[in-house]
Write a new protein. Structure first.
Ligand code: PLP
Ligand code: MN
Length: 388
């Protein structure tokens, strides 16, 4: 376990009942639940014969990345160079940067990082011939070629080459460039991850698998090396791992889950295969209003892009949260209930919430408070918080 981050809650580590004495708001990890999620996804990937390179955009933590690698992950995916720098510094192997490095300063940082890591331990995606040429020029400073994957704009077209022809053109350019080493293809379809209707998500993912298989077959006919075919998030991990379309999964959110993903992965009366392991603990700081109590977690504590936090502990689970400014939330009794005084959370009591969307919520906090039952067992930094 890494050394505890010196924090106001540090003296509570190991104290019986420490979870209920925390200074709030506090980001919590339920360690046994997170450990089960890590093991479950690793076992799933093994059962499908597919590699796992979990995305650290979710947790930004070297300690959690180490646990994922210890459970069988071949490396990690990062979206920012800052995340990749933190992971390499933390000794994490197999770092794939899933967004292009384009500006001169980013390319310079990428090259420094690739030089610092073992050959093959830093890979980056590319979606543009000019960027490919810029990377090749910068890579001449390296003592080994720079590993690149061609990004295909599956789904959103947020990044990635738009067509098979453009993918193959880029792959051929990379293969012909001695300062680059073509490793494979990325096809991440962010637009499919949160489709709630299982059949709709499944049909869309089948279409993507077919497209990806077509691109890979065409590349192989041209002798291009697409040994790695990477993609998939938590929402499509079980779909993208079918028919050998992908060689690896980049799922990230499964480690924590959130309100949105729990809705997506629940399948009829089958609950999600992953458990919520991330919570935010708040305290009730005012009880003077008749129709609500006020908790000390607002828009600086929870991301606001995916609905509202859900009560996990400390109040009726059907209570409704509403954002109440930067630092506060309004917690109202369930609709239809008379809000009996007996059920009202008391002043100073703790209310824990499931986050609406895990990744952007984590990035609002400095540290994880790692709990097992009522005990605070560790405090881990959110190492790559805010790292661009
Ligand atoms: N890969 C890429 C490129 C992503 O952008 C993301 C998330 O946005 C993921 C993987 C992880 O997806 P999820 O958090 O849905 O598991
Ligand atoms: Mn997300």
């Amino acid at each position: 376990m890494p050394q505890a981050l010196q924090q106001v809650n540090t003296p509570l580590i190991g104290v019986p009942g420490g979870r209920h004495l925390l200074d709030t708001p506090a980001l919590l990890i339920d360690l046994p639940a997170m450990t089960r999620n890590i093991e479950r996804m690793a076992a799933f990937a093994r059962s499908r014969g597919v590699n796992l390179r979990p995305h650290v955009k979710t947790h930004k933590s070297v300690e959690i990345a180490r646990r994922q690698v210890a459970a069988g992950a071949i490396g990690v995916s990062c979206v920012t160079l800052g995340e990749a720098e933190v992971m390499v510094q933390g000794g994490i192997p197999g770092v794939l940067i899933t967004s292009p490095a384009v500006t001169p300063s980013k390319i310079a940082r990428l090259i420094r990082l690739a030089q610092q890591a073992r050959p093959g331990d830093v890979m980056v995606v590319v979606d543009n011939p000019q960027n490919l040429a810029d990377l090749a020029r910068a890579a001449s400073e390296l003592t080994h070629p720079l590993d690149v994957l061609v990004d295909y704009g599956a789904g959103y077209n947020r990044t990635g080459a738009a067509t098979q022809a453009k993918v193959l053109e880029l792959a051929a350019l990379a293969a012909a460039e001695p300062r680059l080493r073509l490793r494979g293809l990325q096809a991440y379809a962010g637009n499919l991850q949160h489709i709630v209707a299982r059949e709709e998500r499944s049909a869309a993912a089948a279409g993507l698998r077919e497209t990806v298989a077509g691109i890979v077959a065409a590349a192989r006919r041209q002798g291009l090396n697409f040994d790695i075919v990477t993609g998939a998030g938590t929402g499509t991990h079980d779909l993208d791992s079918q028919e050998n379309a992908f060689t690896e999964l980049q799922a990230g959110s499964y480690v924590f889950m959130d309100a949105e993903y729990s809705r997506v992965l629940a399948d009829g009366d089958q609950p999600s295969p992953f458990e919520t392991s991330l919570f935010v603990q708040t305290a009730v700081v005012s009880t003077n209003a008749a129709d609500w109590v006020t908790v000390d977690g607002g828009t600086k504590c929870f991301s606001t892009d995916s609905g509202v936090p859900l009560v996990a502990k400390g109040a009726d689970a059907a209570s409704r949260y509403a954002f109440f400014g930067d630092e506060h939330g309004k917690l109202m009794p369930p609709t239809g209930s008379q809000g009996s005084q007996a059920q009202r959370p008391a002043l100073g009591s703790r209310v824990e919430f499931v986050t609406p969307h895990c990744d952007p919520t984590v990035n609002l906090h400095d540290a994880y408070h790692v709990v097992e039952g009522g005990t605070l067992v560790a405090i881990w930094p959110v190492d790559a918080r805010g790292r661009r």
